[in-house]
Design a protein around this ligand. Structure first.
Ligand SMILES: [Zn+2]
Length: 280
């Protein structure tokens, strides 16, 4: 069993290495295939033996082999984080289609978490790919159809199986993306039309999350992401006045919240429904 975890961790490190390429190149509209990775200062191509996730960073003590310019510790962090997310996904879902689905969602979210954090960008290349894949997955892996299934049953329409799952995914996307779009528009129109408070990237991110998670966990993502972001913003501006009026990357918080919702959201949701007496 330990061997499987180690193998998945190693896979995670390698995938994380690729996610680093996506994070640094997609916001600039650069190709993620060519050219090969090179040092940002001396332009030397990174040798294959210096491109081993985390290990190379430690061996080279966080610097370029040629010009010794400091390499951001973000690179090994993304690699380690990817490994951790994949290991947790395996721990929760075991090895099967769900592992592929939620592992992929986790990796797409890691890219968006960091592009929003570093560049305030949520690339459409990732979100459009994610929305498409999320809808495809809903055909094979059941998406929570609450409350759509319940509403339809109320009208005497019984949906089950694949149609219910796909309906759940579409409803999740509309709930996530739609809510964000509505709030963004409202702020824009009634907030003096000065700037859009919620970028369209956040709308796309939530459309993607919705197709993977369905309505209940998508709403949980928005709730946890907003709450977490607000708390962090309050704490930081209390500690350091420099952070007052700082534009926090909302997509980063939503991404972290969505990873939590995908891995442990049902536990929180069921607990909440039980305590509030809404569970049957
Ligand atoms: Zn260099």
């Amino acid at each position: 069993m330990a061997t499987i975890y180690i193998l998945i961790g190693l896979f995670g490190l390698c995938f994380g290495s690729f996610l680093n390429v996506c994070i640094s190149r997609l916001p600039r509209g650069e190709s993620i295939v060519l050219p090969r990775s090179h040092c940002p200062r001396c332009n030397h191509a990174i040798r294959w033996y210096d491109n081993i996730p985390v290990v190379s960073y430690l061996v080279l003590r966080g610097g370029c082999r040629d010009c010794h310019v400091a390499i951001s510790p973000l690179y090994p962090s993304v690699e380690a984080l990817t490994a951790i997310v994949l290991i947790l996904t395996f721990y929760v879902y075991g090895f099967g289609p769900e592992f592929v689905k939620y592992g992929l969602l986790g990796m797409l979210l890691i890219v968006l978490i960091f592009t929003d954090l570093l560049d305030r960008r949520i690339p459409h290349a990732i979100t459009i790919f994610g929305i498409t894949i999320g809808l495809l997955f809903s055909v094979f892996i059941p998406v929570d159809d609450r409350p759509i299934g319940w509403i339809l049953r109320h009208w005497g329409i019984f949906v089950d199986g694949v149609p219910a799952s796909v309906a759940g995914a579409i409803a999740g996307a509309l709930a996530g993306g739609g809510l964000f779009y509505a709030v963004g528009e409202a702020f824009y129109h009634w907030g003096g039309k000065q700037k859009e408070y919620l970028g369209f990237g956040d709308v796309m991110l939530m459309l993607m999350v919705g197709t993977f998670l369905g309505v209940p966990l998508t709403l949980m993502t928005i709730l946890l992401g907003s709450l977490g972001g607000s708390i962090l913003a309050l704490v930081f501006s209390a500690i350091n006045p420099r952070f007052r009026g700082y534009a926090w990357p909302f997509g980063t918080f939503l991404g972290v919240a969505a990873i939590y919702a995908a891995l442990n959201g049902n536990w929180l949701l069921n607990g909440y429904l039980r305590i509030s007496g809404m569970a049957g």
